[in-house]
Design a protein around this ligand. Structure first.
Ligand SMILES: Nc1ncnc2c1ncn2[C@@H]1O[C@H](COP(=O)(O)OP(=O)(O)O)[C@@H](O)[C@H]1O
Ligand SMILES: [Mg+2]
Length: 361
């Protein structure tokens, strides 16, 4: 567990970067520090591994004040990943990663073996290991940065804007990769970002900091979206907060209709406008409109796997205004209209706000 206990950092020029910060990061969970530029995220992160020392208050790692620990020893248990990976340009990828186990006393051979293993773990095979950083894409370089941080198998991982320098598509991939790794490794991670979407995607808990380095809100992303602490937090979350919240509603119980679904060549009821034609295996062939034209059914949603947000997106994008529910193998289960979805979403929101009132969260 990492504990910030009323921490302040005042730089020598008088800038107060962090002010009265108290929060706990439970062991094995991922906390995101998010907020506008200059609100003290990097400073807070660096107080954990003593790259910066607080001017008041304490940072505790598993109950021990980090200032009572030797920085070198402390950092052996704390991986650190930064925006541009910070790789040595004149060392191969495998040597970059092997540096860490070497520092910890492994032999060259052991270090190399460890390096190849962690590279594999972040999705980089032996063919990448021999290259130099400049010969990799930005996304691959970030993977190497993550591999290097993991090479010593530290219980704690600090990540400062680790994915901010790569393009949006690769960024999403790296986010999913991190979630996958974390589900296996269960490290105690503190990740800094200025991107609220990234914070909501990655964080078990999200800490929103405001300029001046004070904590505006700390809690699970759903709570943040449901009940932001104040106007600053609500503004920071943006106008599509309600839609984002739908990512946390499961779609298992959405009421599905089957009467607009007809087998190709089967009897189609004459009334009604749109019909979803399916093949003998119940896979969607497309929507047939009143003129008889067939329009692609588009992406559906899988109840139980996808959240309500995916169903809503599918309904909004569908020519018929209906989202198609499919099983994991792509067979049609039924459809739901935008209007039905809207009704269900209203009910879900109402249930959630009564929950929140009851628990006082
Ligand atoms: N070494 C430093 N000396 C003086 N001021 C600093 C120093 N490092 C950061 N600051 C200031 O502290 C504030 C917080 O910085 P930082 O922690 O880097 O914020 P963030 O990571 O949220 O962008 C900013 O106003 C920044 O200019
Ligand atoms: Mg920063």
């Amino acid at each position: 567990m990492i504990t910030f206990d009323n921490v302040e950092k005042r730089y020598p020029d008088g800038t107060v970067a962090v002010d009265g910060l108290s929060l706990e990061v439970p062991t094995g969970t991922l906390t995101v520090l998010v907020g506008p530029s200059g609100c003290g995220k990097t400073t807070s992160l660096r107080m954990i591994n003593r790259m910066v020392d607080p001017t008041a208050g304490r940072v505790l790692l598993d109950g021990k004040d980090v200032r009572e620990q030797d920085p070198q020893t402390l950092r052996r248990g704390i991986g650190y990943v930064i925006q541009h990976a910070g790789l040595f340009p004149h060392r191969t990828v495998v040597d970059n990663v092997a540096t860490v186990p070497r520092l910890l006393g492994a032999t060259r051979r052991q270090a190399r073996t460890t390096a190849l293993e962690v590279l594999e773990r972040v999705g980089l095979g032996a063919e990448h290991a021999r290259r130099y950083p400049a010969q990799l894409s930005g996304g691959q370089q970030q993977r190497v940065g993550v591999a290097r941080a993991l090479a010593a198998d530290p219980p704690v991982l600090l990540m400062d804007e680790p994915f901010s320098a790569v393009d949006p598509v690769v960024r999403k991939e790296l986010q999913q990769e991190l979630l996958r790794l974390q589900s296996v490794l269960a490290k105690t991670i503190v990740l800094v970002t200025h991107d609220i979407d990234e914070a909501i995607t990655l964080g078990d808990r999200v800490a929103v900091l405001r300029p001046g380095g004070t904590l505006a809100h700390y809690g699970p992303p759903e709570d943040l979206l449901t009940a932001p602490a104040d106007d600053f937090v609500a503004d920071f979350l943006g106008t599509d907060r309600g839609v984002r919240l739908l990512s946390f509603f499961p779609s298992d119980d959405l009421p599905l209709r089957t009467e607009p679904v007809v087998a190709d060549g089967g009897h189609a009821p004459s009334s009604g406008s749109w019909l979803l034609l399916v093949d003998a295996d119940r896979r969607p062939l497309g929507w047939r409109d009143i003129t008889g034209a067939l329009v692609p059914a588009g992406r559906g949603f899988v109840p139980g796997r996808d959240p309500v947000r995916v169903a809503l997106d599918a309904a909004v994008l569908s020519p018929s205004g209906h989202a198609v529910a499919v099983d994991p193998d792509g067979r049609v289960l039924g459809v739901i209209s935008q209007e039905q979805l809207a009704g269900t979403i209203r009910a879900l929101h109402a249930a959630r706000s009564t929950d929140t009132e009851r628990t006082g969260a």
